[in-house]
Design a protein around this ligand. Structure first.
Ligand code: FES
Length: 316
């Protein structure tokens, strides 16, 4: 066997023994984010803070606005583009002679954009799972740290300490980059903000399918029924049957265990986990934190009282 082959095998064996965090610099941030998920010590701060946010922004129109129910997707990631864009531009302009005034304006705009961004982020964060909240706490701390550094940078420049202001801006950029990484870990790694009912569209069989006999469904109460791989939350009201995917679009809570209410547009179900409310007629979001609609099913009753369902087309 050649010497180079021996060296290659030895390198592979060493790599296999190394823990994930030891594989290189590039894997270190991901490894840190995963460790944050399990940092139970953060719960001491996260729980009271989540309760305080819940008290400050109770369920209702204001919370819905912050979550992005009106937009059909979480509003926090959209707003994040404002401070991130302004502050990055300001820091880049610091390397372009004669643009100090423009940098100061961009820093101020970033600070103005940071406030609604933080408010929307806090509202979303207060209705997350524990692991997501732990990472979210570090994400928020990075954002707050960046805001302080950019504010200090602006102040230093206004006071004529331009070089110091530029150094502070570089620190702010580092903090906001770290915070952005953690935010993406929450979204892509932990599914915060994504629709947890999205796979339903791929799992629901096309066309009409037998669900159960109508007399097997309790009248006026939610029931759980299986349709192939899918679990549905089903409500019978007399001879009307309404069905939506059981897994809540927000974070997968069991809607069949939710509570029922009436709205002008018909019956609604409220998720037992974080209170998202969906219209049972078409799955549309009535209240957040969910922003994506709940997949709904058309129903009909055929011979022998058999209830059949099929995926409903999204409302136009
Ligand atoms: S899982 Fe959060 S509201 Fe349903």
């Amino acid at each position: 066997m050649s010497r180079s082959h021996d060296r290659l095998s030895a390198r592979r064996a060493t790599r296999a023994r190394l823990p994930l965090s030891g594989r290189g610099l590039l894997s270190a941030p991901a490894s840190l984010a995963r460790r944050l998920e399990h940092a139970e010590a953060l719960d001491r701060m996260a729980r009271p803070l989540a309760r305080a946010v819940g008290r400050a922004v109770p369920a209702g129109a204001q919370a819905d606005a912050l979550h992005g129910v009106w937009l059909g997707q979480p509003v926090h990631p959209v707003l994040t583009a404002l401070p991130l864009g302004f502050w990055t531009s300001a820091t880049v302009l610091d390397f372009v002679p004669g643009t100090e005034r423009a940098s100061q304006i961009l820093l101020a705009l970033g600070l103005a954009g940071a406030l609604p961004t933080a408010a929307a982020g806090l509202a979303d964060w207060s209705a997350l799972h524990r692991e997501q909240q732990r990472v979210g706490l570090a994400h928020a701390a990075s954002g707050a740290g960046a805001s302080v550094l950019f504010a200090a940078s602006l102040l230093a420049r206004v006071l004529g300490r331009t070089t110091g202001g530029r150094v502070l801006a570089l620190g702010g950029l580092a903090a906001i980059t770290a915070g952005s990484f953690l935010g993406r870990h929450m979204a892509f790694g932990l599914g915060a903000g994504a629709s947890h009912a999205e796979p339903v569209a791929h799992l629901a069989p096309l066309g009409w399918h037998d669900l159960c006999r109508i007399y097997e469904l309790p009248d006026g109460r939610l029931a759980r029924r299986q349709l192939g791989y899918l679990t549905l939350a089903v409500l019978r009201q007399g001879s009307d049957v309404m069905a939506v995917a059981d897994q809540c679009a927000h974070l997968g809570g069991p809607l069949h265990q939710g509570s029922l209410s009436e709205s002008p547009d018909g019956p609604c179900v409220t998720c037992p986990w974080h209170g998202s409310t969906f219209a049972l007629t078409d799955g549309s979001v009535v209240h957040g934190p969910a922003t994506a609609p709940q997949p709904a099913f058309d129903s009909r009753i055929v011979e022998g009282g058999m209830v059949q369902v099929r995926p409903a087309r999204p409302a136009q």
